[in-house]
Design a protein around this ligand. Sequence first.
Ligand code: GLN
Length: 581
Amino acid sequence: MKTPKYIFIVGGVMSGVGKGIASASIAKILQAKGYETTAIKIDPYVNVDAGTMNPTEHGEVFVLDDGMECDQDMGNYERFLNKNLSSANYMTTGSVYLSLIQKERALQFGGKNVEVVPHVPLEVIGKINKAAEKEKAEIAIIEIGGTVGEYQNILFLEAVRMLKIKSPQDVVLGLVSYLPQQGDAGELKTKPTQYAVRTLNSAGLQPDLVLARAGVSLDEKRKEKIAFNCNIDENAVISAPDVESIYEVPLNFERDKLSEIILKKLNLKPKKKDLKEWAALVKKIHSAKTPVKIGIVGKYFSTGKFVLADSYISVIEAIKHAAYTQNRKPEIHWLNADDFESSAAELRGLKREITRKNKTGLRKDFSELEQYDGVIIPGGFGSRGIEGKIAVISHLRENKIPFLGLCYGMQLATIEYARNKAGMEGAHTTEVDKKTKYPVIDILPEQKKNLTEKNFGATMRLGAYPAIVKPGSIAYGAYRGTAWEVKDKKLRDKYGAGPKDLLIFERHRHRYEVNPLYIDNLIDSGLVYSGISPDQRLMEILELPKKIHPFFAATQFHPELKSRPLDPHPLFKEFIKAAMK
Ligand code: GLN
């Protein structure tokens, strides 16, 4: 097996310093030097994947084509590299131990003692090499989660040490560190970064690069200080100030000639290629002045005094991508579904619920929604905020405000329509109300088994599935002629796409579906299912005809997961266009 060159990225001083964006940006600038690059994420936790963690623990769960439920940084890698990655590019302590133990049980060690060192780090290296081979990558960027100095990522650092000792010319280690600032205009402090480097030293590692994250740019004096105290070339101390848009970071890195420095360390020469398209995107981001106001009605999770909106990263990015292509400045507003709950109860005349809900939530007037150019109801789970979201959808439908529903958003749009337009009072999803008279959203039989057997890990409907899009619909107009439309005849035949149909592949993550028993009734009442699964069992896209509503569309899949800055998702694009009117 031909092994790649390795660039490891670790974080110092504190978590959340932007290792993910730094790794994605390094992958981008090396791709722009003509190298086949791939990016790999290592999460130090014992969970085998991110699928079983709740949003307060983990933020958004990103899903890859092959169904891997992983960290949101994988989304950043895909967005920056503009390519689809696979589960080979993601590992956790849990998944490393799992495969190692499976090998041991299958006698693959031939009776030898299997030890934490070297076998765990060797398993890590094996996984990295496999991912690089799969992607035919010449350079692999590997982000090690966590912060140096904590116990949990030490075996991954040991893998770096083992590789570096064997072939130093093939490995670059970069430390993304944070420089706190004293007061508003005070000096940037380098001491915490120096300690982080010492900590790496004590793990047998010397970083080659320091990416200095701070509120502002690094001055020469600070660069010198870090270089001198941490044994690093002065030109390899890179300034990484806060930026308005994450997409600026690759350009900033190149201002400090980062790709040149890395290629030199790896004994590689730049090939022909450039960052022109990317630079044009950043220019567009800065020149967009007219705002487009989008509301996201979601659930907000708090830890202590802080509220996290982290679970909707891909939705936010997809809105931005689409807005930039239309030369609009995306203005995203957070609307808490809980705040609409008591107003929703009031609408339904439920007195008891109103007083109960009022204790916790604010009462929001639905007319507030009219100040937005468009509203998104994103994915979610469980019962919190559900009635608020359903009532919001009613208001958007009746007042012809552009609406885009994503996954749970589509299920709730179905419920709203069933209740208010198809005469099914009390219609619901069995996820929330097991005894509803009209279970318009229900679980598939194969999923029921997973739940009764408590088989929760990686058992949702996950990853990319085909769907047939019917002509004459909003979705058809959106997808037609884009990179999303699958033209390959073999695939079209395989999935029975008619001569006029479009075939698309989109990523899923859910257990529940529109219940086939009620589809005819809903369609007869005017709802359009414009995207369906090839076996016609599953409803994938819902919409209302344009003559009834300017833009009312929702998807059972998550279009946001495949949107890219250089290739925005067609449905988001259509939604933004409608919002601009
Ligand atoms: N809770 C819903 C389901 O499991 C929707 C999931 C989602 O929005 N990702 O089907």
